[in-house]
Design a protein around this ligand. Structure first.
Ligand code: CP
Length: 299
């Protein structure tokens, strides 16, 4: 595959191939497919997990990195994304991992003279394919399947690239998706995929309860002013009472970063049902699989 931009470009077979490759890496397979090649990680939005696990994945595959700091780059002098990417390709980059606040920023780079593979590390409220694949890997490891599961996604749906990516691909794979949180975040695209339920009902009925962070950076000033952390936590937050409603084998997931005391209680973050840090462990292996795939495709 040349680029990995959106979960909507992946067939079920391709998802399975990525998960198998990631599980092989987790079980010790090694590859030096990146030897002699350079990656550039271009994060125009903040990141801890995605950026650092792409860095580790690249190093494990033998790649070296071109350091790129968006805040200190010539984009601040007005250079376009396309010219910045062409520059980094010209100095020797063989792979661009890009996170950007603009939905589908990558359209500016396609069908032009930019020839190295792109992995989308998150575009605005659009897609987050590496997070989605690591979520699928974590669910698959636990249930040994990705169909006929009930997955409840609770929180800031409309601003969440994780909600968009995961809801779409889980539906495609044959699982049911259900939603919770503020009615105003349950927009038409989610209504078309699954019903809205109370958080208590989702906790009782779901195989996977997936929480989302409230993305204050994407809310309007008015929405932020009206937002009460305490009210939100009471209505939609996961505390131990709600965790205890969950089925014995159910999983609690969150892409993180978590806002303790807003969508999740501090003592729930690492409770027995929580897979939050296991998701992060899988992130490195799934990103190795993605990088291997695009480096093979660009040969
Ligand atoms: N889950 C996720 O994308 O986290 P970061 O923003 O820290 O990369």
């Amino acid at each position: 595959m040349k680029n990995i931009l959106s979960m909507s470009q992946l067939s079920n077979q391709e998802v399975e191939d990525y998960l198998n490759a990631a599980l092989e890496f987790k079980n010790g397979r090694q590859s030096n497919i990146g030897q002699g090649k350079f990656a550039v990680n271009m994060f125009f939005e903040n990141s801890t997990r995605t950026k650092s696990s792409f860095q580790v994945a690249e190093m494990k595959l033998g790649m070296q990195q071109i350091v790129f700091d968006a805040q200190r780059s010539s984009t601040k002098k007005g250079e376009s994304l396309y010219d910045t990417c062409r520059t980094l390709e010209s100095v020797g980059a063989n792979l661009a991992v890009i996170r950007h606040s603009q939905d589908e920023y990558y359209n500016e780079l396609l069908n032009r003279n930019f020839n190295i593979p792109i992995i989308n590390a998150g575009d605005g409220a659009g897609q987050h394919p590496s997070q989605s694949l690591l979520d699928l890997m974590t669910i698959y490891e636990h249930f040994n399947r990705l169909d006929n599961l009930k997955v409840g996604i609770i929180g800031d749906l409309s601003h969440s690239r994780v909600a968009h990516s995961d809801a779409e691909i889980l539906t495609q794979l044959g699982s049911g998706v259900y939603f919770g949180g503020l009615d105003s975040w349950y927009t038409a695209e989610f209504k078309a995929m699954g019903p809205h339920k109370s958080v208590d009902d989702l906790c009782k009925e779901m195989d996977v309860v997936m929480l989302l962070r409230v993305q204050h950076e994407r809310l309007s000033a008015q929405e932020n002013q009206k937002f009460s952390k305490a009210d939100y936590f009471e209505k939609y937050g996961l505390d131990m009472r709600r965790v205890n409603l969950m089925k014995p084998k159910a999983m609690l997931m969150h892409p993180a970063p978590v806002n303790r005391g807003v969508e999740i209680a501090g003592d729930v973050v690492e409770c027995d049902k929580s897979y939050i840090f296991k998701q992060m462990v899988n992130g490195t292996f799934i990103r190795m699989a993605m990088i291997e795939s695009v480096l093979r495709g660009s040969k």
